[in-house]
Ligand binder design. Structure first.
Ligand code: NAP
Length: 297
């Protein structure tokens, strides 16, 4: 799926090398997409691990020097770090360089990165919609992106060639690519990703607050459904804190709708309205079929 014809970029800087950054580095290594991969992260331990795994040609703790001479910069750190990173690296960006990211929210990325982009630098924010509940450079794998969608949200007026090069990068990683407006992305992801995570965090939190004897039974009988929520609720706390803080409006909008629908279900259960429950559960079964048919199951 990901065969290539040589390096797409001479020098690539990855800022952050956790699950997503290291998966992208593995794709670049596998398919020879980068002449040189320079990596920065917050801690030395992560840089050592990236070197040991053969994912970096050079490493630094400095998000300014890492972008020196880079043709492509990919920000792969939690959303809350973007503004400081952008202020740091902005003055060092080379003319013609493409700056992209992998963050799960997109309007906030334009807000935090765009003001620091010098003239002649192309900002093409991106979101590979693929992931697991694991973190760090060891958690990554090149096949993470296979058959999944990547969404690019270039601000109006972005150089079409820069967008095309990002489309090509993610296609080489095995992804299908859509281009859309950042606000639209944030609304769609609020319901498909952010709200499901919030619900999982809530259910697992509620179970944790139960009295001790009930809590033990929750673990014992978790195969009844609870365990699927625990997988999602094991996702990285820093990443998800930043997602909710940076996609506040869209998440609150979807949460409002969800709360109304939940109240309607509560009422149906209270009044024994089985037909209402049956109708909804029949409709949702169809949705599952749609996800399977779209090969996203
Ligand atoms: P992760 O595994 O926790 O890795 C985060 C990386 O960012 C680590 O290398 C960390 O370095 C680095 N970092 C943290 N603060 C930094 C700073 N101030 N400067 C430079 N590097 C810094 O996270 P991830 O799952 O790859 O997520 C990264 C991004 O991808 C997030 O913005 C997230 O929204 C997005 N995303 C995640 C998923 C998913 O399922 N996980 C899916 C799609 C998109 P240290 O290890 O040294 O602290």
């Amino acid at each position: 799926m990901s065969s290539g014809d040589g390096p797409l970029f001479g020098r690539v800087a990855l800022i952050g090398i956790g699950l997503i950054g290291s998966s992208l580095a593995r794709v670049m290594r596998r398919d020879g997409l980068a002449g040189h991969i320079a990596v920065s992260s917050r801690t030395r331990a992560t840089l050592d691990k990236a070197t040991e795994l053969g994912l970096a040609d050079s490493v630094t703790l400095d998000s300014r020097t890492v972008v020196d001479g880079a043709d492509l910069v990919v920000v792969c750190s939690p959303l809350g770090t973007y503004a400081d990173i952008a202020a740091d690296m902005g003055p060092a960006l080379k003319e013609g360089c493409i700056v992209t990211d992998v963050g799960s929210v997109k309007q906030a990325v334009v807000r935090d990165l765009a003001p620091h982009m010098p003239d002649g630098v192309h900002l093409v924010p991106g979101h590979p919609v693929a992931g697991t509940e694991h973190s760090g450079p060891e958690a990554g794998f090149a096949e993470l992106f296979d058959g999944r969608w990547c969404i690019l949200t270039p601000p109006p007026g972005t150089d079409p060639d820069a967008v095309e090069r990002m489309v090509e990068l993610w296609r080489r990683a095995g992804m299908m690519v859509d281009v859309m407006d950042a606000a639209h992305h944030d609304m769609v992801l609020a319901i498909t990703s952010h709200l499901p995570h919030l619900i999982a965090y809530t259910i697992v939190g509620t179970a944790t607050d139960l009295s001790d004897h009930l809590k033990a039974e929750v673990f014992k009988y978790s195969a009844g459904g609870f365990r699927d929520f625990t997988r999602i609720a094991a996702s990285d706390p820093v990443m998800w804190r930043d997602v909710f803080l940076n996609n506040k409006d869209a998440v609150l909008e979807m949460l409002g709708r969800f709360s109304e629908d939940l109240t309607a279900l509560q009422r149906a259960i209270r009044w024994g309205e089985g037909d209402k429950l049956y109708d909804l559960f029949t409709r949702t079964r169809e949705i599952r079929r749609g996800v399977v048919e779209a090969k996203q199951a």
